[in-house]
Design a protein around this ligand. Structure first.
Ligand SMILES: *[C@@H]1O[C@H](CO)[C@@H](O)[C@H](O)[C@H]1NC(C)=O
Ligand SMILES: *[C@@H]1O[C@H](CO)[C@@H](O)[C@H](O)[C@H]1NC(C)=O
Length: 362
């Protein structure tokens, strides 16, 4: 155990030196955008605490068949080009399906088409009572700082709680801990006014609205409480930062402890991004070199194109691979210094392992 730990730490340090030096040398400037532009990979816990009790919401409180509970929570982290739902806008078909049935299949299918704007996905287990709690963990990173999730209220026609595009990067920092009160939302696709009213489609389809003590303005509505001004929140969600990896390569160790599916997806995404970034970088350098070649004053360091990636160091589980380039010409008279000459990324996946548990338990 001890031995292994030392070994792994050593690997992490080596990797960190090659990839982090460029970012670190730029210094830390806390503009509003600094967490968005950082290389950080940030690990959060989400905890949903529900408070649907007969005491807080006595009207129509469903006593049996089915008793009050909450569907599993569907969640996703993403960049600013994605919305899970928008207030005062019609729900997408898949969001409506989830709000009506609590089934995630359709949401999963629709998200499969939008992988480039998405980052990590997560699920919180069902809460089997009106009052309870449930939690999960997820990653965000600079380009994908936002989190969205939804949980169906059961029983209900198409009511849910959730957040859309909540950014965990605020004033240049990754939030340490934040709690947000949640109110029931109506997906606008089913006309029932009460928790257990039969479902029939709203025609034409309505928009997503917050349900309040006055909306829908109908004495038969389960949340209609004319004697109070505001409904108490029916749930709260808390996001807690667990760890911030300033260099994404350091995540090796943590990633090993993730659930299989989450881990495999995340690794794939991170490798793709490393590659995209490196390519953009290499192109920029080549472009610069081409331009500067023509100038007479000084000259920049010139390097070859990247070699192909080396084979993965492990055939089962997480390994490393690298690629390199070499100096064609060192800089002269104030030209640009040479860029990093070796680059490392992780590779492989648990899918290739015959005995996953042996590798990932340590
Ligand atoms: C979100 O990511 C996609 C794919 O990388 C990109 O095309 C789009 O511009 C990004 N959106 C924002 C707002 O950054
Ligand atoms: C690059 O990767 C190969 C194959 O995994 C390995 O043999 C080699 O030592 C690595 N080189 C460096 C500098 O990390």
């Amino acid at each position: 155990m001890h031995h292994k730990l030392v070994l792994r730490l050593a690997i992490v340090v080596i990797v960190a030196v090659s990839a982090a030096s460029a970012a670190a040398s730029e210094g830390t400037v806390f503009t509003d955008e600094s967490c968005r532009q950082s290389e950080a990979l940030v690990f959060y816990r989400i905890k949903l605490v529900t408070s649907w009790s007969k005491k807080l919401f006595p009207k129509h409180y469903p006593e049996f068949r089915p008793p009050p509970h909450w569907s599993m929570t569907f969640g996703q982290t993403h960049n600013d080009s994605f919305r899970l739902f928008e207030m005062k806008q019609p729900a997408s078909v898949s969001v409506a399906t989830f709000a009506e049935t609590g089934q995630v299949g359709s949401l999963e299918d629709s998200l499969a088409q939008q992988q480039d704007v998405l980052f990590d996905e997560f699920r919180l287990p069902k809460i089997r009572k009106g009052k309870g709690e449930s939690e999960a963990t997820f990653f965000v990173d600079g380009p994908h700082p936002s989190v969205s999730f939804m949980t169906k209220i059961v029983p209900s026609p198409d009511w849910f709680v959730g957040l859309d595009s909540f950014s965990l990067c605020s004033r240049g920092r990754w939030m340490e801990k934040v709690t947000v009160p949640l109110h029931p939302l109506d997906a606008g696709t089913s006309s029932g006014l009460t928790f257990t009213s039969p479902k029939w489609p709203t025609n034409p389809r309505g928009v997503i609205e917050r349900i309040t003590a006055r909306y829908p303005l109908h004495f038969a509505s389960s949340f209609f409480y004319p004697e109070i001004k505001h409904l108490p929140p029916i749930a709260h969600v808390t996001f807690t930062k667990i760890k911030e990896y300033s260099n994404r390569n350091n995540v090796h160790k943590k990633v090993k402890k993730l659930k299989h599916k989450q881990r495999t997806k995340l690794l794939k995404r991170l490798s793709q991004e490393t590659e995209r970034r490196a390519e953009a970088n290499a192109e920029a350098i080549q472009g610069l070199n081409a331009v500067r070649d023509e100038s007479v004053t000084g000259s920049d360091c010139r390097v070859t194109a990247w070699s192909p990636w080396s084979p993965c160091s492990k055939t089962c589980g997480l390994g490393k691979q690298n690629r390199s380039r070499s100096v064609l010409q060192i800089q002269r008279a104030g030209g640009r210094e040479c860029p990093p000459l070796i680059e490392t990324q992780w590779c492989g996946s648990a899918r290739q392992c015959s005995v996953i548990d042996n590798y990932f338990r340590w």
